[in-house]
Design a binder for this molecule. Structure first.
Ligand code: PEP
Length: 257
């Protein structure tokens, strides 16, 4: 049984006061509950440390939204894996569509970051997903295969214990258009088959594959209820306790069943 992950990607949102208030609110929400799912929040870099303090010992973990692959040096504006760990992060998002498409990150760079994150002991959340035109042209699976092969090049089966995949169709991110539960399940099953053919069925069955793209309290139950959906990566709805709380609750509910 794969343990679910409910992750929040705050992107370039919040400020120090609202970010720490959100983190404290989430810590309060989960306090006293048996956390049968992993809860992760990924705030902007400047607020990581304050958010880490605000979540305290609640069981909520904190991650970066990106990292660089070199450990230190003349890389202006970049943040290393070691720096993230130093301030208490256990995870990092990599290959998010906004980094692929706005910041032009390629599979090769994402692969270097993925390997650096793994080598440094972080959980790498590798995001993959197709554009609308790629879906409409019938190329969804080919795009996913290319992003998986590129992102996971030279990543061994043993290292895969530190990798989580997030399927995020680009046309569903921040648009209010959610993939239907059937579309999500189909893509997740494809990704799991890809993992089985690249590694083994046993490994494929153990890797968690999250869905991301306009997940909200109203659609979380149905999406999370799909057999190959092992959690959610949530953008907009992770920015308030009122919206992220019910998504965490949906994960807890499903993990009990
Ligand atoms: C995301 O940023 O990863 C995301 C899925 O955003 P949203 O939930 O806002 O679509």
């Amino acid at each position: 049984m794969r343990r679910m992950i409910i992750a929040g990607n705050w992107k370039m949102n919040t400020d120090l006061a609202s970010g720490t208030a959100l983190a404290s609110g989430l810590a309060e929400l989960v306090s006293g509950k048996e956390l049968s799912v992993d809860v992760l929040v990924c705030p902007p870099f400047p607020y990581l440390q304050a958010v880490r303090q605000a979540v305290g010992e609640s069981g909520i973990s904190v991650g970066g939204q990106n990292c660089y692959f070199e450990p230190s040096g003349a890389f202006t504006g970049e943040v290393s894996v070691g720096m993230l760990q130093d301030i208490g992060c256990d995870s990092v998002l990599l290959g998010h569509s906004e980094r692929r498409h706005i910041l032009k990150e390629c599979n090769g760079l994402i692969n270097k970051k993925t390997k650096a994150a793994i080598a440094g002991g972080l959980r790498a959340v590798l995001c993959v997903g197709e554009l609308l035109e790629e879906r409409e042209a019938g190329n969804t699976e080919a795009v996913l295969d290319e992003q998986m092969a590129g992102g996971l090049e030279d990543v061994s089966a043993e290292q895969m214990t530190q990798v989580v995949i997030a399927y995020e169709p680009v046309w569903a991110i921040g648009t209010g258009k959610t993939a239907s539960p059937e579309q999500a399940e189909q893509a997740h099953a494809h990704l799991r088959n890809w993992l089985a053919s690249r590694y083994t069925q046993e490994l494929a069955d153990s890797v968690r594959i999250l869905y991301g793209g306009s997940v909200k309290p109203g659609n979380a139950m149905e999406l999370l209820g799909q057999p190959n959906v092992d959690g959610a990566l949530v953008g907009g709805a992770s920015l308030s306790v009122e919206n992220f709380g019910p998504i965490i609750e949906a994960g807890l509910e499903i993990s009990k069943a």
